[in-house]
Design a protein around this ligand. Structure first.
Ligand SMILES: NC(=O)C1=CN([C@@H]2O[C@H](COP(=O)(O)OP(=O)(O)OC[C@H]3O[C@@H](n4cnc5c(N)ncnc54)[C@H](O)[C@@H]3O)[C@@H](O)[C@H]2O)C=CC1
Ligand SMILES: O=C(O)[C@@H]1CCC=N1
Length: 274
């Protein structure tokens, strides 16, 4: 039974990103909130049923969420944020901490939709939060105190790493780490198809590619800014890897990756002004 407002979290929107947060928060070694301290507001009844049966969380209305949870985490599509805030606003006190993981929607828009002077923290997580390996950037709103930012940092550290950035960088952050898992999955898909092209069975190609991605990811994390060195170590002089790298360069893959990130950044700016 949820009773203490200061230790209760309301998650508004339990779709792809919201459920990744739930999985990460509840699956960690020392969860900051147990399932009886998380309330979920989810517009789709089928989705709500799935969340309840999978995570053991209770679902509720926006009104009740505001009455029972001191921290409100908004994870709905950008075009649903204004409606959610309008409905929440009348039930909030100035003590409610509002966290928005919605892409594109700026802090000024969020603060402008609230009747009070609530602390607002905008964040950009990614779906790797589901396995405790997320990357989240956070930015403080006008009325957020250092303690509010600390609280959000601690919450998001339960599902991975956290950096603090000025809000002006969040569109670029979205294009890198917010969307980033999709780029790596896309590369994995292509490499698996390549394995099939080369005559390997699909299950074998999947196993080879997925474990290679895990290994490369862990090496990158340890190496910091030395991705180039790691690639050089695999690329023997006159060998096979450098022949493959030349083909990637011929396909302008590096430029395509830069254009992809630019397109994601531009779409974020466009969605904000829509
Ligand atoms: N999917 C991702 O990898 C990431 C998404 N985000 C952001 O998270 C937000 C949600 O994205 P997704 O989870 O991918 O979308 P989604 O469509 O999978 O999930 C959104 C959920 O919100 C629910 N919903 C809609 N209106 C609602 C309302 N008024 N009250 C309660 N629930 C409502 C929908 O039924 C749906 O289940 C977006 O703003 C997106 O920019 C941020 C980082 C990564
Ligand atoms: O594609 C999107 O709009 C969201 C934001 C970052 C990842 N998914």
């Amino acid at each position: 039974m949820v009773s203490d407002i200061s230790t209760t979290l309301a998650l508004i929107g339990g779709g792809n990103m919201g459920s990744a947060m739930l999985a990460g928060l509840l699956g960690g070694e020392s969860p900051p909130y147990t399932s009886d301290r998380i309330l979920v507001v989810e517009a789709s009844p089928e989705r709500a049923e799935y969340l309840t049966s999978t995570f053991g969380v209770a679902t509720t209305t926006l009104d009740e969420a505001a009455q029972r949870a001191g921290t409100i985490l908004i994870v709905v599509k950008p075009y649903h944020v204004a409606g959610v805030l309008a409905e929440l606003s009348g039930n909030l006190t100035d003590e409610h901490l509002i966290i928005s993981a919605a892409g594109a929607i700026g802090i000024a828009q969020i603060e402008g939709s609230l009747a009070g002077k609530n602390p607002v923290v905008r964040c950009m997580p990614n779906t790797a939060a589901s396995v405790g390996e997320g990357m989240t950037a956070i930015s403080a709103g006008t009325h957020a105190q250092p303690a509010d930012l600390d609280k959000v940092q601690s919450l998001m550290e339960c599902v991975g790493r956290v950096v603090r950035v000025p809000e002006s960088q969040l569109d670029a952050v979205t294009a890198l780490s917010g969307s980033g898992p999709a780029y790596f999955f896309y590369l994995a898909e292509a490499l698996i198809d390549a394995g099939v092209l080369l005559g390997l069975s699909r299950p074998l190609a999947v196993e080879l590619v997925n474990q290679t991605a895990v290994g490369a990811g862990l090496m990158l994390r340890e190496a910091g800014d030395e991705a180039v060195r790691l690639r050089a170590e695999v690329s023997s002089p006159g060998g096979m890897t450098i022949a493959a790298i030349r083909a990637l360069e011929g396909g302008a893959v590096r430029a395509a990756v830069m254009s992809a990130a630019e397109a994601a950044r531009d779409r974020s700016v466009e969605q904000r002004s829509a």
